[in-house]
Design a protein around this ligand. Structure first.
Ligand code: FCB
Length: 471
């Protein structure tokens, strides 16, 4: 199947300019960069446990040390300041702040307190995510996201973080990519906690959404002004648009990837087709009266993470142990089209980002959008001088920023963009082998070296402009 570029994305090779109030940022997540997993009272998260399961993470890597950011935070913030972005999106580690999901831990909170002060001192605005996948292991042992108690523990944790930082943090994101937490964590088992159960994935998704809604209302009551959630949404195209089976599989993926998360938030109901598709799993026993109203608490911003689009085929995939992450949709796969691939094997499809943002705007008018993650892993080569000339990553950022610009031109209310990631880090099941950073990290020495893409992005942040003429 061929992909058609929108006229605006195709035309976009000249210079383009973003408005002066467009927010430019860098993003990371706690477990991926902090290390120091047993310091100052932090207790294990599901990723500490999962990364020790043989075969779960490439190379047997763990986040024990990661980028050692916990000990290098001030230097990292200074480095960031040199990279020009006005915003930094980071996540707080629940097992630092309320170890074992229990009482608040002042030493753990202190780290984020210092981080926020350090950012503000460098005129970088903090964009805080409460949950980027590091659930306290003790809570998983008690059922994790499949049980309701975890929702209550999350709201308590959110309140603790807000009490400590609410006076200085302007934007609060409840969850990062609940699709991944629920379906990679509990259905395909590719992420922590590594369970493989369709119904468990659906129950986890509902509890994550409920945790989002209840925490949003609680923090709103405590004065938080800008609240939102970050979703990884996809453009699901049927592999063969003429094949009704592929068209239906794409619809189901759209339901489980996009509408399952968007519609309850926006209109207080799960999509009817999703309920029908998943009825046999019997997961709705966890949905109680009032839950959907709680989930539909108003939000001020929708964070959109986008890396690639997907072609959806109803055929069984070539991998006999395919482990589809879509509950109730075991027989499907996502064949690769004639598009360039990143080192993750992800298709480079910038026009999909334009389509996604325009669709979100059309279907949810009045909801400001921010791209909270976008970026690419490539096999970086470190030159003899220690420099990394990552032209492919630079081109990826350029094409996706043009796609964001095209969406804005088409009317989508996109107010900011965060590059993933500020530096190379622990890429979940891929370990350290996959590098997404603007800054190269030499793990044995922890030396940080900005790549060519970092210098390019700094200039984009400074000028609000993408230079033209190179394509
Ligand atoms: C997203 C995650 C982020 C990072 C990127 C590559 O799904 O939110 O932590 O791993 O993928």
């Amino acid at each position: 199947m061929t992909t058609t570029l929108t006229a605006s994305a195709q035309a976009a090779r000249g210079p383009v300019r973003f408005p002066s109030d467009f927010r430019w940022g860098l993003a990371t997540a706690s477990y991926q960069i902090e290390g120091a997993v047993a310091e100052d009272g932090r207790t294990p998260s599901i990723w500490d446990t999962f990364s020790r399961v043989p075969g779960a993470v490439a190379g047997g890597d763990t986040g024990d040390v990661a980028c050692d950011h916990y000990h290098r935070m001030a230097d990292d913030v200074a480095l960031m300041a040199g990279l020009g972005a006005g915003w930094y999106r980071f996540s707080v580690a629940w097992p630092r702040v309320r170890p074992d999901g229990g009482a608040p831990n002042p030493a753990g909170i202190g780290f984020y307190d210092r981080l926020v002060d350090e950012l503000l001192a460098h005129e970088i605005a903090p964009w805080l995510t409460l949950y980027h996948w590091d659930l306290p292991q003790v809570l998983e042992d008690a059922g994790g996201w499949t049980v309701r108690d975890t929702v209550d523990r999350f709201v308590e944790y959110a309140v603790t973080v807000h009490e400590a930082l609410g006076d200085r943090v302007p934007v609060w994101t409840t969850l990062n990519e609940p699709w991944c937490s629920a379906f990679l964590g509990y259905t395909s088992g590719r992420h922590a906690p590594g369970r493989r159960d369709g119904a468990a994935g659906m129950r986890a998704a509902h509890h994550l959404m409920l945790a989002h809604g209840l925490a949003t209302t609680e923090l709103r009551g405590r004065g938080a002004e800008t609240l939102g959630v970050t979703l990884n949404l996809t453009v699901a195209d049927p592999a063969d648009p003429e094949d009704p089976a592929d068209v239906d599989a794409a619809r189901r993926v759209d339901a489980l990837h996009n509408r399952m998360f968007l519609e309850p938030i926006r209109s207080g109901a799960y999509p009817a087709d999703l309920l029908t598709d998943t009825e046999h799993l019997g997961w709705t026993d966890v949905v109680r009266e009032g839950d959907l109203t709680a989930i539909s608490a108003p939000i001020d911003v929708l964070g959109v993470n986008y890396y690639h689009g997907d072609a959806v085929s109803a055929e069984p995939g070539p991998d006999p142990d395919g482990r589809s992450p879509f509950p109730g949709l075991e027989q499907m796969w996502m064949p690769k089209r004639d598009l360039p691939l990143t080192a993750m094997g992800w298709e480079v499809q910038p026009e999909g980002l334009t389509r996604l943002l325009v669709r979100l705007h059309d279907e949810h008018p009045g909801l400001p959008l921010v791209v909270t993650e976008n970026g690419a892993a490539y096999d970086d080569v470190v030159g003899p001088d220690g420099e990394v000339d990552d032209t492919e990553r630079l081109a990826y950022f350029d094409s996706h920023l043009r796609a964001v610009h095209a969406a804005r031109e088409a009317g989508a209310d996109v107010r900011g963009y965060f590059a993933w990631s500020m530096m190379d880090n622990f890429e979940w099941a891929e370990g350290y082998a996959k590098r997404f950073g603007l800054v190269h990290v030499d793990y044995p020495t922890q030396r940080r070296t900005p790549k060519a893409s970092a210098r390019w992005y700094a200039e984009v942040c400074r000028t609000g402009r993408l230079p033209g003429g190179e394509g």
